[in-house]
Design a protein around this ligand. Structure first.
Ligand SMILES: NC(=O)c1ccc[n+]([C@@H]2O[C@H](COP(=O)([O-])OP(=O)(O)OC[C@H]3O[C@@H](n4cnc5c(N)ncnc54)[C@H](O)[C@@H]3O)[C@@H](O)[C@H]2O)c1
Length: 416
């Protein structure tokens, strides 16, 4: 058994002085997935899917979602995305995703999830580490894993440890760790990573933090966390949007006060808005006159039809597939780079594996430091290649993800 070596380009590079990366115009994980499994629930007839895109050291990671209309091709795309995220961060684990075509609000939902996991048990037992996703919460998964006698959703990884009880206790300490203002690190680290991508971009272009403006679409886990940490860092978040509309203030919004007005669906109570906040139509956020645009709500938010409205100098994709391929090509022609989802929003996935691998522990400062360092190094590299060679950030990231995947191909994971 070998120990994990440090990941290559884009994970541990420091810029300047980083080795030159070769750009890739081909997605490194574009091939066929390793395994597609389909399942039909014998009780409700619901269809479920597991796609294992790649196995690295015999493991793959990716959440399980439940939504009416979930399809095999959606799960396949998400599994491919997970493989890219783990490769971009040099993690010794492949990508997978589970999905069930069923309404998570249906009272039978937990039983459906339970039967799905029972059917997929050989994978959950030995290879697949799953987590919460759309329509499936971590408490749901914990209940199902307890029913199956598998302990917890990290089971396939933790069973490789020399001392499973000790590893589980260590990982759970990390998962329950809170920030100084009493928020779970697990809930905020994804948004923190996106904020670090924005701060890294500003730093790479020598923009003054206090003079840099941002617009964020979505104020849920990702968008809310991003806006919070950017505001805390001193950037001016001038626009935020939720499903009900865009809120704007040219001098910068009071983000903590607005986030306090959110309901359970991450929508802001309009009846309690400060008087100086302007209410604009929902899609106005895309056209905001701001330096950085962060789509953090829905897929395909940036499409050919609205590219011409964009005034930002960089797009930082917090949402999965926030920009269509055609829209990204048009933005590139306009000189606007897009920092890709599989790097920018991978903070929480990378962090969970750092916990498992013992790279970070229960002290939140270690987790935030590591994510800041890794994210800013990757962003600095992507910005440098954009600035010097007009390489799309996505192509640079494909290249370092592919290099990491090659280096990790024969890795055998060590869970301490
Ligand atoms: N939560 C995570 O850990 C995580 C990790 C990686 C990627 N993502 C991706 O980030 C995106 C957002 O996820 P989340 O967990 O923050 O979701 P969420 O449900 O917590 O929040 C979604 C937010 O978007 C707003 N919204 C919905 N439709 C909108 C629209 N058309 N215009 C403007 N705002 C709209 C909602 O009102 C809400 O504020 C998704 O693409 C998700 O797949 C999430």
């Amino acid at each position: 058994m070998t120990t994990l070596h440090e990941p290559v380009n884009g994970s541990n590079v420091s810029v300047p002085g980083a080795p030159r990366v070769v750009h890739s115009d081909r997605r490194p994980e574009a091939g066929e997935p390793l395994r597609r499994l389909t399942w039909t629930d014998p009780v409700t007839g619901a269809r479920g899917y597991l796609v294992v895109h790649t196995l690295v050291s015999g493991l793959a990671t990716g959440g399980t979602r439940m939504r009416p209309g979930c399809t095999l091709s959606e799960v396949e795309d998400l599994a491919r995305g997970m493989a890219l995220k783990t490769a971009a961060f040099g993690l010794p684990v492949g990508g997978a995703k589970g999905g069930i075509d069923f309404d998570p609000k249906d009272p039978r939902a937990l039983d459906v999830l339970s039967r799905f996991c029972r059917h997929m048990r050989p994978w959950l037992d030995a290879h697949w580490v799953t987590a919460e996703d759309l329509g499936v919460t971590q408490p749901h998964l914990d209940a199902v894993f307890a029913r199956l006698g598998l302990g917890q959703s990290f089971h396939a990884a933790i069973r490789r440890s020399w001392n499973e009880q000790r590893t589980l206790a260590r990982v759970q300490d990390g998962l329950h760790a809170t920030t100084a203002d009493d928020r779970l690190v697990a809930d905020v680290i994804g948004g923190y990573g996106v904020a670090q991508a924005c701060l890294g971009a500003a730093r790479a272009w020598n923009w003054r933090t206090g003079a840099t403006t941002v617009a964020v679409q979505g104020v849920g886990t990702m968008g809310g966390g991003t806006a919070w940490y950017l505001h805390e860092a001193g950037m001016k978040v001038v626009a935020i949007a939720d499903a009900a509309g865009t809120l704007y203030r040219s001098g910068g919004l009071d983000i903590p006060a607005l986030l306090d007005l959110r309901d359970d669906y991450a929508e802001i109570d309009r009846t309690r808005l400060p008087a100086d906040v302007e209410c604009l139509p929902r899609d106005a956020v895309i056209a905001t006159d701001a330096d950085i645009l962060v789509p953090a709500a829905v897929s395909y938010a940036i499409r050919p039809g609205n590219v011409a409205d964009i005034k930002a100098m960089v797009v930082v994709e917090a949402a999965n597939a926030a920009t269509t391929d055609e829209a990204e090509a048009m933005l590139t022609d306009r000189g606007i780079p897009v920092l890709p989802d599989f790097v920018v929003n991978a903070g929480s996935a990378a962090w969970a594996w750092w916990l498992l691998l013992g790279h970070v522990g229960a002290d939140p400062a270690d987790s935030f430091d590591r994510l800041r360092t890794e994210m800013q190094a990757k962003v600095a590299l992507m910005v440098r290649e954009w600035t010097t060679a007009r390489a799309r950030p996505r192509e640079t990231a494909w290249a370092f993800a592919a290099a990491n995947a090659r280096a990790l191909a024969d890795e055998i994971i060590t869970i301490p």
